[in-house]
Design a protein around this ligand. Structure first.
Ligand code: TRP
Length: 329
C-alpha cells in the first residue's frame, strides 16, 4: 500500500469543479491507499487571515470534505496546525533550502505580483513547509494540480538533498498521484474556461436551490444553432458537459439531439440542468450543514486525525533528528 498525502487549501467553499475534478477521486483513492488528508492552515497565514476567520474556514473545509465522503476511519484527516512536528521539520529543511531556488519558483513570483506589499518570508519558504507536510509522513504519492507541480518538484529536491547530505535513503521521493482518465475538467457558467472562484462562474456544493437556479439561468449561451449538426460553440458545449456530469444519458442525449436539429431552447436546457444539479448537490449540502453544526463530531474527528498524523510525524522527526546528529544527554 502506498502512502498518499493530500494537502487542502483552507480557503473557500468547494464548487462542482473541485468535486468532479478532485474530491470525488479522493474518496476512491482512500480505498486502496494509506491516505492522509490535511487542511493547510499554517500556509494560509501568508495572506494574513483575521483570527476570527482562521478557525471558521478550517471548519468549513473539514465539514465539506467529510460530507463528500472522506472517511476518518479509513484515512487520517487532520488540521496542519495540530501537528507541531511539521514546523520542526520545516525548520530543519530550511537549513538546506537555498534562497535563490526559492526565489525562482513560479508560485513565489506570482505572489510577489499579486501581493507586492506583503512579500513575507513565509511566502518565500512556502515550498519548504509544503515539503515538510509531505516528507513528515514519508509520502510516496501526492495528488496535485498543475499549479502545485513545481512545489512538489521542490519537495523531491529537498528529499534527495537530505538523503545525499546524510548518506541515507531515508526519504522516498514524493511523486504525483495520477488519476489518469478519471480527471474531469468542469467548465464554468461564464462561457469560457474552467469552473473556478470567479464570481458567477461556479456552483458551490453549499448553494441552495434558488441560488443554483439563478446562476444556471444566467449562464452564458449564444444565439442558437443555425445549421443542422453544427459543432456547439464553447458556452453551449460547456452546458452539455455539465449536463453529462449531473443528468441521465437520456437527458443529455435529448438536448444534444435538439441542438443538432436546431430545435433547442436554451431556457429549457438550463431549467433541466439547474434541477439536475440541485438533485445532485442537495444530499451533499444537507450533509455539510449537518456536520458543520455538530461540534462534537468535528472535535472528535479532528482529534483522531491529529493523533494518527502525529504518530507518523513524531516517528519521522525522531529519525531525522538522529540522522542529523542531535543527541539528548
Ligand atoms: N499548496 C497547496 C495548494 O495551494 C496546499 C498544500 C499545502 C499541499 N501543503 C501541501 C498540497 C502538501 C499537497 C501537499 O493547493
Amino acid at each position: 500500500m502506498e502512502t498518499v498525502l493530500s494537502g487542502i487549501r483552507s480557503t473557500g467553499n468547494l464548487h462542482l469543479g473541485n468535486y468532479f475534478g478532485a474530491v470525488r477521486n479522493f474518496v476512491k483513492m482512500q480505498e486502496n491507499n494509506h491516505c492522509f488528508f490535511f487542511i493547510a492552515d499554517y500556509h494560509s497565514l501568508t495572506t494574513y487571515p483575521a483570527p476570527e476567520d482562521l478557525h471558521n474556514s478550517v471548519r468549513t473545509v473539514l465539514s465539506e470534505y467529510l460530507a463528500c465522503g472522506i472517511d476518518p476511519e479509513k484515512s487520517a484527516i487532520f488540521v496542519q496546525s495540530d501537528v507541531r512536528e511539521i514546523p520542526e521539520l520545516y525548520l530543519l529543511l530550511n537549513m538546506n533550502a537555498y534562497v535563490g531556488e526559492l526565489e525562482r519558483t513560479t508560485s513565489f513570483k506570482d505572489k510577489i505580483r499579486t501581493q507586492p506589499d506583503n512579500v513575507n518570508a513565509g511566502l518565500l519558504t512556502y515550498p519548504v513547509l509544503m515539503a515538510a507536510d509531505i516528507l513528515i509522513h514519508k509520502a510516496n504519492k501526492v495528488p496535485v494540480g498543475k499549479d502545485q507541480e513545481q512545489n512538489l518538484e521542490m519537495a523531491r529536491k529537498f528529499a534527495k538533498r537530505f538523503n545525499f547530505m546524510y548518506k541515507t535513503e531515508y526519504f522516498p521521493e514524493p511523486m504525483p498521484y495520477n488519476f489518469g482518465e478519471e480527471l474531469v475538467k468542469v467548465p464554468g457558467l461564464d462561457g469560457t474556461g474552467k469552473m473556478g472562484k470567479t464570481a458567477g462562474n461556479g456552483i458551490y456544493l453549499i448553494d441552495d436551490a434558488a441560488t443554483i437556479r439563478k446562476k444556471v439561468m444566467r449562464a452564458v449561451t449564444d444565439s442558437g444553432p443555425t445549421v443542422e449538426n453544427q459543432t456547439p460553440t464553447e458556452p453551449i458545449q460547456n452546458l452539455f458537459t455539465l449536463l453529462k456530469l449531473v443528468s441521465s444519458t437520456d437527458t443529455s442525449d435529448f438536448f444534444e439531439n435538439q441542438y443538432k436539429n436546431c430545435s433547442i431552447r436554451y431556457g429549457d436546457l438550463k431549467k433541466q440542468l439547474a434541477e439536475d444539479i440541485i438533485l445532485f448537490t442537495a444530499p451533499i449540502r444537507e450533509k455539510i450543514l449537518e456536520i458543520n453544526a455538530d461540534k462534537e463530531y468535528l472535535r472528535k474527528t479532528a482529534r483522531v486525525g491529529a493523533e494518527k498524523a502525529r504518530e507518523s510525524a513524531s516517528k519521522t522527526l525522531e529519525d531525522v533528528r538522529r540522522i542529523i546528529g542531535f543527541k539528548t544527554f
